[in-house]
Design a protein around this ligand. Structure first.
Ligand code: AMP
Length: 395
């Protein structure tokens, strides 16, 4: 793997694809700057070597040049976080970008305007990629969040740097973490798959069955399994067309010696609302008009027991509607159990779904071995797909 620490960047102008697609409020203030903080180690290494940084990113989904999507809004915050005054360049290609890149001196950083102001970026246009490539003499990809896209700045540009390219420290950490789960894992390996629907998780489950020893199923998707097994699930979320698929997954798991753990009880509610009437009861006898919105206490204890015995954990998707307080206890209990296991030496990766939001919301982020920064990209890796942004560096 070509990683940052294998190179020295003295006098190099390094083009770095970062993911500064940060959330902004109505006053254009950043509400979560973790994506900027995440690439700081990469930038510091390059600057300390005596190199300079040309930062490229997208922000949002602009249709053309739209001021609200300008990276100008974030440049001061980037300067604060990195500790170096970052110069903003009003275009990412053309004379302004060329002039700024030519004038760049070791120790300096420039931030180019939103790549997606040019439609050629998402189209993966070769000529546009070449114009970007001409600005620097080394290419680093540290944008895991867009590594599953074959865009000009994430993939095509790498062709113009046959040797002088590598992964940034963040992207390296993402790859190492997923490998620790899927390849160089310590057994037993447990995957917790939750979230709303079976249909959006099926490819992941099929892919990881080869690797894991335990599969914990929670969240809305558990009810499709419970119904397929003959249980009454009342008005809980269900995908009726996926009942045979649920049974097929259970069969496949059995063949592959994977133990499946389904919830045994649930917190049920008489409406999908924070103020609904609730009670706790067995998962397969839910009365009509009631829906399961969280795992019950018996389930939480069983799941925690499986987690305690695990040496490797993958967590994708909450086990309840954690956004509403009455239905957040299962997901919190899951997070605490994983944090405990991690403290005792288990490797835990949280990624590719709302479980990332959950661990952040409940202040458990630092207690996990690694929390992925890329939703869609992590999902595709878990599905066993190779990502174009990663392949482009490897070739
Ligand atoms: P995903 O993006 O697939 O990981 O799904 C996350 C969503 O699943 C969250 O917004 C949860 O509120 C939702 N969810 C979890 N458990 C349930 C449930 N029992 N019924 C309905 N939605 C759920």
């Amino acid at each position: 793997m070509k990683t940052l620490n294998q190179f020295h960047f003295k006098n190099k102008k390094v083009l770095i694809r970062v993911d500064f697609n940060v959330p902004l409020n109505d006053a254009f203030k950043i509400t979560d700057d973790s994506r900027i903080r995440a690439v700081k180690p990469t930038l510091i290494k390059i600057l300390e070597d005596g190199g300079s940084c040309i930062l490229m990113s997208h922000l949002g989904r602009p249709k053309a040049k739209e001021e609200e999507f300008s990276l100008r809004h974030i440049v001061d915050k980037v300067s604060d976080i990195i500790g170096v005054k970052v110069k903003f360049v009003t275009d990412c290609v053309g004379p302004k970008a060329e002039e700024a890149a030519t004038k760049l001196r070791p120790g300096e950083i420039i931030l180019l305007e939103n790549l997606r102001f040019h439609k050629e970026e998402e189209a993966g246009d070769k000529n546009f990629a070449k114009q970007l490539a001409n600005l620097g003499d080394f290419y680093v990809n540290d944008a895991f969040g867009t590594a599953h896209r074959a865009h000009a700045s994430t993939t095509i540009i790498a062709d113009y740097f046959p040797k002088d390219k590598c992964f940034g420290l963040l992207l390296e950490k993402e790859i190492v973490s997923i490998n620790k789960v899927l390849i160089e894992n310590k057994k037993p390996v447990t995957a917790i798959i939750g979230g709303a629907k079976v249909s959006s998780k099926i490819t992941i489950i099929e892919n990881i069955l080869e690797t894991i020893d335990h599969l914990i199923i929670g969240g809305g998707m558990a009810f499709t399994f419970i119904k397929a097994l003959g249980g009454n699930i009342g008005s809980s979320l269900v995908e009726d067309d996926k009942l045979p698929l649920a049974l097929h997954i259970l069969e496949q798991a059995k063949k592959k010696n994977v133990t499946v753990h389904l919830p045994v009880d649930a917190v049920i509610a008489d409406s999908f609302s924070e103020t609904a009437n609730t009670k706790e009861q067995s998962i397969d006898t839910i009365p009509d008009g009631w829906m399961g919105l969280d795992t019950g206490q018996k389930t939480n204890a069983i799941f925690a027991g499986v987690i305690r015995e695990s040496k490797t954990i993958l967590w994708n998707g909450p086990v309840g509607v954690f956004e509403m307080k009455p239905f957040s206890h299962g997901t919190i209990s899951m997070g605490i159990a994983i944090a405990e296991a991690t403290k005792h030496g288990c490797f835990s990766l949280v990624g590719g779904g709302d479980s990332v939001a959950a661990v952040k919301q409940f202040g458990l982020e630092k207690k996990m071995s690694y929390v992925s920064t890329g939703g869609g990209a992590m999902l595709e890796m878990l599905e066993g797909k190779s990502l174009p942004g990663i392949e482009a560096i490897l070739k």
